[in-house]
Design a protein around this ligand. Structure first.
Ligand SMILES: [Zn+2]
Ligand SMILES: [Zn+2]
Ligand SMILES: [Zn+2]
Length: 136
């Protein structure tokens, strides 16, 4: 008799129907990538909940999970900044993220853009108005 081949291990697929990955350990239901994505999204939801799911400037409410993309975390004081919240979600635990959230405020994209707008600088603004009037 020749070499007997071991029966091929049955492949177990990730429970996410949109994912084609196989799972190495039979006690798990999703692949490592899906598990990481679920974890990261859960942290984003917790961050939003931390600010009552609304823009701290205009009160715009987050209604759906998809609405998470309409908000940013803005550091009230840039000197305090140790990491950005979106980076932190990759590598930090909830306690570390919460400590960073305490230095932040949650703003909708409009309010956040306005906070960083060059319009906020009176010198730049006044000179831009003059330049626009010169009609070059
Ligand atoms: Zn998967
Ligand atoms: Zn806002
Ligand atoms: Zn900001």
């Amino acid at each position: 008799m020749g070499k007997s081949k071991a029966a091929p291990k049955p492949k177990i697929y990730c429970a996410n129907p949109d994912c084609k990955k196989t799972i190495a350990k039979s006690n798990e239901t999703m692949c490592w990538l899906c598990r990481r994505q679920v974890y990261r999204l859960s942290l984003r939801i917790k961050c939003s909940n931390y600010f009552d799911d609304k823009c701290q400037n205009c009160g715009f409410m987050r209604e759906t999970i998809e609405d998470l993309n309409k908000f940013d975390f803005h550091h009230k004081n840039m000197q305090d900044k140790e990491f950005t919240i979106s980076d932190s979600i990759i590598r930090n635990n909830w306690d570390e993220i919460r400590a960073e959230l305490d230095k932040c405020t949650m703003l909708c994209k409009f309010c956040h853009a306005d906070k960083h707008a060059i319009i906020r600088n009176p010198f730049i603004k006044d000179n831009a108005i003059i330049l626009a009037q010169e009609g070059q």
